[in-house]
Design a protein. Structure first.
Lengths: 302, 325
């Protein structure tokens, strides 16, 4: 008898048939657009180069081969240098960026700061007024003289005002004033309160902002595109970009002589792509949670 | 009456924070640590944002690198006259605005559809999995996206030409040389990369809708579709309107990565793929035409700013808390 009384919520669910139709449609769309292309890149990177030249890119290698990875790992020291550089830029940039953004956000979240309105506006105004690329380029390359340095791939992305908004909202809404007050009464300095009380309490928001910042640094190709000439300072994505056009050039050159060039150009291209996107995609399931939370926090400005 | 006044005054006194009575020096002394904490970001904002604003004046000089900004000859609006007289000016403005309009409309409607569909699905696990996969393209850099599109579109090795076109016995298409396909490819690429992201935003808003509304509707015998059209969508509309206006505010700024990487910066496609951001970049770094780049950049900065300010005003009238300032 009890079993037959369904809750309202249960009653309101869509019928199993609709549910299956919806799920199938989603599975096909997501599979075709999000899963298949990635599999194709991975599949191609394990295909013999000659097979790609003849049959084109495919998910399942017609002729399996690891020659692309052999080539990339054994014959291109450039890749390792770029990898190292990207890891360095990402780590240093995210660490410094998140800390200084948190400090600023914390200061403007404090209600007893007299000029907090002014400093909030000082940051928010940059949403509206921007100089655009040309003056930005000249400030970094001419005024600061940072063209062709590693620093120019770090400094521009240290601060993103959106993340300051996210952090400020979090500080203002989730850290009660009483905690700060009691710390003050106990004689903790402003800095100590920030480091030992505020930062640990704000870990979820800090994690989200860190994710976004890491993503921005890892995936960046624009700063090297603007500023870097010296090929020893190419970061990973920019190296990938250069290879896209350079390998094309190489391929045209060798095609005229024989189809079997000495370099596995097509498969190596895809292997590079796998190595460029791989680390983030592997880490993705673990930090997706923070990412989603950060997105939804950011949607509400307090 | 008098009592009320006193009470009111008392409350007013209480609500006046202590800092109101501090002068500048006292405040600096008292909150010294907090102000010190702001210094790094202030410096970066000055370098990244405030100095370039001053640097916009480069659009009014005949810039010579050897002389620097201040010693270069002042030419007034000549750079602009030059820029506005080229056919590029109309083309890139049109491309930037039209692409953005299409992106905004499709992004919001597809994401709303996906969010509602995911919301109605029965298994929580399934929702999570779909969401994860849909968000994945957002994590790929535009360079990697370029590789992925290349592996489909390449004329002699791409999946479409070697597998699909061959199976249908059709001639291969050289996508990277034919402008007519690119509006569709760009729109698809944009939608592909951002749908997961937008879906999550809208999904979060869906979760916030009061459940008792649906319960009341069921009791009254409303069908699922009735519920979606009469409750879900109306309840979502404030969020959608704000998202819409914020995107409209950015209508003069294009996604550089999308328009630069996905068409592989192919010269044959500029007519349909070129937008303000890529045009400014090419003028500055590839053609070395600094006055042109500066004029186009100034044009984008000023018109862009006016649109952002207007959109923000409209947002404010809908929802005060969502406006930027």
């Amino acid at each position: 008898m009890k079993k037959r009384v369904k809750s309202l919520k249960e009653l309101n669910k869509i019928s199993p048939v609709t549910d299956i139709i919806l799920k199938t449609v989603f599975a096909i769309m997501v599979g075709m657009t999000c899963v298949y292309p990635l599999l194709m890149i991975v599949g191609s990177s394990f295909t013999q180069n000659f097979s790609i030249v003849v049959d084109g890119y495919n998910v399942i290698p017609r002729v399996f081969s690891t020659e692309a990875y052999d080539f990339v790992f054994l014959k291109s020291p450039k890749l390792f240098r770029s990898y190292g550089l990207t890891i360095f830029i990402t780590t240093v940039g995210s660490a410094i960026g998140v800390v200084i953004m948190a400090m600023y956000a914390y200061a403007i979240s404090r209600k007893d700061l007299k000029y907090r309105r002014f400093f909030s506006l000082f940051a928010y105004v940059t949403f509206v007024f921007s100089g655009g690329l040309v003056p930005f380029y000249f400030v970094y390359s001419r005024v600061l003289g940072l063209g062709n340095t590693v620093a120019v791939m770090i400094i521009p992305y240290l601060v993103n005002v959106w993340y300051i908004v996210i952090l400020r909202t979090f500080f203002a809404s989730s850290i009660p004033d009483e905690i700060l007050e009691s710390a003050k009464i106990d004689g903790a300095s402003e800095i100590r309160t920030f480091v030992q009380i505020v930062m640990p309490l704000a870990l979820p928001a800090l994690a989200s902002v860190t994710m976004f910042t890491v993503l921005a640094y890892w995936n960046d190709f624009q700063l090297p595109l603007y500023f870097i000439e010296d090929s020893s300072k190419y970061n990973l994505q920019y190296l990938l970009y250069r290879i896209m056009s350079n390998m094309e050039f190489l391929a045209q050159d060798t095609n005229s002589i024989s189809l079997e060039g000495p370099l596995p150009i097509e498969s190596a291209r895809m292997a590079m792509c796998v190595l460029g996107a791989g680390p983030l995609l592997i880490a993705y399931p673990f930090f997706q949670r923070y990412f989603v939370r950060g997105l939804t926090v950011g949607a509400v400005k307090g | 009456m008098e009592k009320k006044m006193i009470k009111k005054r008392k409350m007013k006194n209480k609500s006046v924070p202590a800092y109101k009575n501090r002068n500048f020096l006292e405040e600096m002394k008292r909150n010294r640590a907090l102000y010190m904490m702001m210094i790094p970001v202030i410096l970066i904002l000055i370098i990244n944002n405030y100095l370039p604003m001053l640097g916009l004046s480069i659009a009014f000089v005949k810039y010579r690198p050897a002389l620097g900004l201040f010693n270069s000859e002042f030419v007034g609006f000549e750079n602009f006259r030059y820029f506005f007289s080229t056919p590029d000016f109309i083309n890139i403005t049109k491309n930037t605005v039209l692409y953005n309009i299409v992106y905004i409309i499709l992004d919001l409607s597809v994401a709303t559809f996906c969010a509602i569909a995911l919301h109605e699905m029965r298994k929580k696990r399934a929702k999570k999995i779909y969401q994860s996969f849909m968000l994945m393209p957002f994590f790929l850099s535009w360079v990697v996206v370029n590789y992925i599109f290349y592996s489909f579109l390449s004329v002699d090795k791409g999946f479409i030409n070697t597998t699909i076109m061959q199976a249908l016995n059709l001639e291969p298409i050289s996508f990277y040389l034919e402008p007519k396909y690119w509006p569709f490819i760009l729109v698809f690429a944009q939608l592909w990369r951002y749908t997961g992201y937008n879906t999550i935003l809208i999904y979060a808003a869906l979760m916030g809708i009061d459940n008792s509304l649906y319960e009341a509707a069921i009791v009254d015998g409303a069908s699922k579709s009735k519920q979606i059209f009469r409750i879900t969508i109306p309840m979502l509309s404030p969020v959608l309107i704000v998202m819409f206006l914020m995107l409209v505010g950015r209508i003069f700024y294009a996604d550089f990565g999308l328009h630069f990487q996905v068409p592989n910066n192919s010269g044959a496609l500029y007519e349909v793929t070129d937008v303000l951001d890529t045009y400014v970049f090419r003028s500055l770094r590839q053609m070395g035409n600094i006055p042109m780049a500066a004029a186009a950049g100034f044009y984008q900065a000023v018109v862009g700013m006016l649109i952002v300010v207007t959109a923000n005003k409209v947002v404010k009238s809908f929802d005060e808390s969502k406006s930027l300032f």
